[in-house]
Ligand binder design. Structure first.
Ligand code: ADP
Length: 462
């Protein structure tokens, strides 16, 4: 019988492991085969040793978890493609590809960070198949819905909340982490792209629809992660969700307030929170007096709606400050002028606040020759221990803005800590990376707590 031709990726199944469909990378460059596995436990059963392990069989999906059991035939040192060596358990089990089935040896390793949950190496394919490395799925393709149907029983038990992540780019680290954290805590979470939602504003039956017309009424909670360019529409959608009775992790008024630098500084000042001396004027006639009112040059000029440090300029002399301000004004953009906190030395502190608590803080330091500490501008993040004063100010700042989740940026001045800005969609990557904390999980926990408060009988899902 002629050998089947397979491509560089194929669907395969492992009936003894209870894995009806798993996408495998076919790699004749690799000697051994490996299967994604975590929570590996070795159990002695009579004379034999068995591996009990869990697997996320579906690529990019940690919600589906399948528990497997297989006989261990060896323990071997394996060198991965990245050059690392690891001692792995080897199991023996039948694999099916197309109409063929045969026994192979597979090593167990955590492949979560890898593109494929399964790698089929040359030893497992020897004499069984021919490989066409330029093709994919020669023996048939499956779509996501079909694959998930196969794993319906491995989905987390319901009883959790229905959560909607309202954002723009699903692939961003922060969004991926929130999707993952909610699923891990037993909730059903869906991503909706802000620009693809539309709403029906009526008093009796307000609704929001998604793309092909799916109604988004059924969500218990919404996590708005609105990018600055989508503030107006994103806030309108969030408001509509609030109208429909969904719990929003940050509400639309607080988000809109935090997006306007002047408005938020006015709020902070009103609440007695220290901020750098700040001036704002409309007419170019007042430019000189405006600069003097914040202590003269050097001075910082900021676009009211700039983000990631892009609209922040340091003017070293009075003349430079006047030119920058007048240039901005001629472009009809709104700016504010701020006292330059020189002693901050290009550093600021990002405090991540959830429900009135600082859950993590990092110091950001500007790149060489730069005064702005933004990570997007090449700044670096490091761990920092904040003072009780800084902690208090960060919590107060989030509270005064009405934000349950906030990134509060603090600068250390000779007169003590001052708040620069309060961000309503703070990024998770820097803070999780540096502090090692599951900040996404804490955000989901905050949603659970608010539901528990409303309904004390409800147990937070495991
Ligand atoms: P953005 O919202 O665009 O990030 P910020 O107001 O937070 O703008 O400013 C960006 C960075 O510039 C801050 O993180 C800080 O490092 C620096 N910076 C901003 N304002 C001042 C100031 N008044 N004095 C000294 N440095 C400042």
């Amino acid at each position: 019988m002629s050998k089947p031709i397979i491509g560089k990726e194929e669907w395969c199944s492992f009936k003894e492991l209870g894995l009806p469909a798993i996408k495998a990378r076919i790699d004749s460059g690799a000697k051994t085969s490996s299967l994604h596995a975590f929570n590996i436990q070795v159990v002695q059963e009579g004379e034999e040793k068995y591996a009990h392990f869990d697997i996320h069989p579906v690529q990019n999906n940690r919600k589906v978890i399948q528990s497997c059991r297989a006989k261990i035939v060896a323990r071997r040192i394996v060198k991965s493609s990245s050059g690392n060596t690891e001692k792995r358990y080897v199991i023996q089990t039948p694999v099916s590809i197309g109409d063929e089935e045969w026994e192979i040896e597979v090593t167990l390793t955590n492949r979560d960070a890898m593109g494929y949950r399964m790698l089929l190496g040359r030893e497992a394919m020897k004499g069984r198949v021919l490989i066409d490395p330029d093709s994919s799925f020669c023996l048939g393709e499956l779509d996501d819905a079909e694959v998930l149907k196969n794993y319906r029983e491995s989905m987390p038990s319901k009883g959790g909340l229905k959560i909607l992540l309202l954002a723009s780019n699903k692939d961003l680290y922060s969004n991926q982490r929130l999707l993952e954290a909610a699923a891990q805590r037993g909730h059903e979470i869906q991503f909706a792209n802000i620009s693809q939602c539309y709403m029906n504003i009526c008093s009796s039956d307000p609704d929001i629809f998604y793309r092909g017309g799916e109604s988004l009424t059924q969500y218990d909670a919404v996590i708005p992660r609105i990018r600055p360019s989508m503030t107006y529409y994103g806030c309108a959608l969030t408001r509509q969700f609030q109208t429909m009775g969904a719990f929003c992790l940050n509400d639309s008024v607080s988000i809109a307030r935090s997006r306007d630098k002047l408005r938020s500084l006015q709020f902070l000042a009103k609440s007695g929170i220290p901020i750098p001396k700040t001036g704002f004027a409309n007419s170019p006639v007042d430019t000189e007096d405006l600069i003097k009112s914040v202590g003269g040059a050097p001075t910082v000029v900021k676009l009211l709606e700039g983000t990631q440090g892009k609209g922040v300029v340091l003017a070293n002399t009075m003349k430079a400050a006047e030119s920058v301000i007048n240039a901005f004004k001629s472009l009809k953009v709104n700016i504010l002028v701020q006292e330059f906190i020189k002693e901050a030395d290009g550093k600021d502190i990002r405090c991540f606040v959830i429900d009135g608590k600082v859950v993590g803080a990092i110091q950001r330091e500007a790149a060489e020759g730069e005064f702005r500490a933004n990570l997007h501008l090449g700044g670096t993040a490091s761990p920092i221990k904040i003072t009780s004063d800084e902690r208090k100010i960060a919590v107060q700042a989030a509270k005064s803005m009405g934000l349950k989740v906030a990134g509060v940026d603090i600068i250390r001045s000779k007169n003590g800590p001052m708040v620069l800005e309060v961000n309503s969609s703070p990024g998770l990557e820097g803070i999780e990376d540096v502090t090692g904390k599951d900040v996404a999980g804490l955000m989901i926990e905050s949603i659970e707590k608010s539901f528990k408060k409303q309904n004390p009988a409800l147990d937070a899902p495991a």
